[in-house]
Design a protein around this ligand. Structure first.
Ligand SMILES: Cc1cc2nc3c(=O)[nH]c(=O)nc-3n(C[C@H](O)[C@H](O)[C@H](O)COP(=O)(O)OP(=O)(O)OC[C@H]3O[C@@H](n4cnc5c(N)ncnc54)[C@H](O)[C@@H]3O)c2cc1C
Length: 568
């Protein structure tokens, strides 16, 4: 019988959320990380603009407070965020940012030497702390150093393919070692999913290739509900065609958005906040300009940094300048940048409570894969990095506390070893290659395009129904794909796993969008353009059943803030 590797706490994912959870858990018991890529290659590294905390360091932000941060977050979420979770996020924000500073994150500074803060969309004060425009890189490298310092064992290049569950309790996971091509079994008392978002389901996205949502689908298949998956964030300013993100920090530093007539068109959509309205509003405004014929070449609008001057651009936005120069040979000091909205963030995710606990005992979720929910229908820029740290710490603590109650013997009893062996054999069948005729790449490409077109920024009933039919047809084709044999770094095989997850999640997104007959945050129904609090001030809960995806609803947790009209 094969012997699994045992750790009391096993964290799946080496991004900010996963590493922060592991560091916390390791204070109490042994904790290890399994990750598809070496931790600093996780997607957190791509974060640009910054992390929110009401420090009050900018002169205009002196009166900032956690309550004001909480209000902005709840209003930004179009009142769908759970307010108890938002209170935790905002009350702890300053402590987590200072902790990262003390651990060595090189934050940009005010002239007095304090952590600098810039304005971001939907925020009443300059609240976003940043390290130039490569904040994720700075944070992830700092936290990885702490993981190394704390002797956290990291198993890199491991693709977790399956969760092993007995009687609604987690037992372990089965992972493919991409380097050796061999399956490995792991046993644990607590498993923390910190696997990131699902942006790659959309053809136009700022997310990197590995963001297929596989970790979210792992929980879904194991019986955990998904929450609010129809709420996908579309970032207003991705570089035209490549969809590389150009941070909201550009607009925070004063950049304008211009249509083909050279107008600052945000005047029509958010006369006070202008370019710094929340992302759902700015993305819709750009899409509307293009649809109504005021886009440049009917395809994009312009981001104008020129008036900021070379010095400010080099000091605050060097990454933006470099991206423009490298990818389209254009210098934003002198030229206008072509931008278009693109999928950016998965607001929904694995249903969990404020401690990261899911319906499966011992299984936790944190970071972008989770829906706790602090972002509701629309995330404010800068709040996601914050969520990874605040809830990473919290979930690490809860996962360790649970693991400490259990004994190692109970994690390795014979029944459990049998179950792990059975799951191992099942997964072994899945990695053998397939002889069908359909191509993974073309199904993936069709899925991505259809999600942009029919489950994108604007949605309506007939298109959502068509999308569901098309997703079902693509799923049928997926049954007949060709996958070459071999398991050592067989990218085709890995893409096949990703595609299976993407098709399952696409159905959840489209069904949630079809059933939600209102417009709220990022979910805009042209046939139901108003928010409908009477019927839909509720979380969507999607379950995987033998008869397909079933949708239920759950009340939103309210504490301080009553829903109000959302104007900026
Ligand atoms: C371009 C860009 C810029 C952004 N800028 C900002 C910003 O300025 N401010 C902000 O607040 N937010 C920003 N965000 C969002 C934010 O960066 C992410 O939401 C956050 O970093 C996610 O962290 P995470 O730890 O949850 O996941 P990730 O950093 O994505 O880590 C996921 C981890 O899971 C692992 N993994 C996944 N599946 C498996 C599997 N099956 N088996 C094993 N391992 C697996 C991966 O290897 C990886 O280590 C940005 C997002 C993008 C796309």
């Amino acid at each position: 019988m094969m012997q699994p590797i045992f750790h009391p706490v096993l964290v799946i994912g080496g991004g900010l959320a996963g590493l922060r959870a592991a560091i916390e858990a390791k204070k109490y018991c042994d904790a290890a990380v399994l990750s598809m890529v070496y931790p600093v290659r996780s997607h957190s590294c791509a974060a640009q603009g910054g992390i929110n905390a009401p420090l009050g360091n900018a002169p205009e932000g002196i009166d900032d407070s956690w309550e004001k941060h909480a209000y902005d977050t709840v209003k930004g979420s179009d009142f769908l965020a759970d307010q108890d979770a938002v209170e935790i996020l905002t009350k702890e924000a300053a402590e987590r940012v200072y902790e990262m500073e003390h651990w060595g994150t090189p934050f940009s500074r005010t002239p007095e030497g304090r952590i600098a803060q810039r304005p971001f969309g939907g925020a009443g004060f300059p609240r976003t702390c940043y390290a130039e425009d490569t904040t994720g890189h700075a944070l992830l490298h700092t936290i990885n150093e702490q993981a190394i310092k704390n002797n956290i064992k990291v198993y890199s290049e491991r693709f977790v393919l399956s969760l092993v569950v007995r009687d609604k309790k987690i037992i372990g996971v089965i992972a493919l070692n991409r380097l050796t091509g061999k399956l490995e079994a792991y046993a644990a008392h607590s498993v923390v999913l910190a696997t990131g978002g699902a942006g790659r389901i959309y053809a136009e996205t700022t997310n990197s290739l590995i963001m297929s949502g596989y970790g979210i689908s792992l929980a879904f298949r194991a019986g955990v509900a998904l929450k609010d998956m129809e709420f996908m964030q579309f970032h207003p300013t991705s570089l035209y065609r490549t969809n590389i993100l150009l941070t909201e920090g550009s607009r925070g530093e004063g950049a304008y958005l211009l249509n083909s007539k050279g107008e600052r068109f945000m005047q029509r959509y958010a006369p006070v906040a202008m370019e710094l309205a929340p992302r759902d509003i700015v993305a819709r405004a750009i899409a509307t300009e293009i649809l109504e014929g005021r886009g440049v070449n009917n395809a994009y609008v312009h981001l104008d940094l020129r008036h900021l001057g070379e010095k400010k651009i080099n000091e605050r936005l060097p990454g933006v300048r470099e991206l423009c120069l490298s990818f389209i040979g254009l210098d934003p000091v002198k030229e206008l940048i072509p931008v278009q909205p693109a999928q950016h963030y998965t607001m929904g995710g694995i249903d969990c409570n404020i401690n990261g606990e899911t319906e499966i005992t011992g299984l936790y979720a944190v970071g972008e894969c989770a829906c706790v929910s602090v972002h509701g229908a629309n995330r404010l820029g800068g709040n996601s990095l914050l969520e990874t740290l605040v809830f990473g710490k919290r979930v690490g603590e809860f996962a360790a506390a649970f693991a400490l109650q259990e004994s190692k013997k109970s994690a390795m009893d014979e029944g459990i070893l049998d179950l792990i062996e059975q799951e191992y054999k099942k997964v072994n069948e899945k990695i053998k290659g397939k002889e069908g005729k359909e191509k993974i790449a073309s199904i993936r490409s069709d899925l991505g395009k259809l999600m942009v077109k029919k489950v994108g920024i604007f949605r309506q009933e007939d298109q959502l129904r068509e999308a569901l039919d098309e997703i079902s047809a693509l799923s049928e084709m997926f049954e007949h794909v060709y996958v070459s044999r071999g398991t050592i770094y067989n990218l085709e095989l890995l893409h096949a796993f990703d595609l299976e997850a993407m098709l399952a999640l696409a159905e959840v997104i489209a069904k949630g969008a079809l059933f939600r007959k209102e417009s709220r945050g990022s979910h805009y129904r042209t046939d139901y353009p108003e928010r409908d609090d009477e019927h839909f001030l509720k979380h969507t809960i999607a379950r995987c059943t033998p008869d397909g995806v079933k949708i239920e609803y759950r009340d939103v947790v309210m504490t301080k803030f009553k829903p109000e009209k959302r104007v900026y």
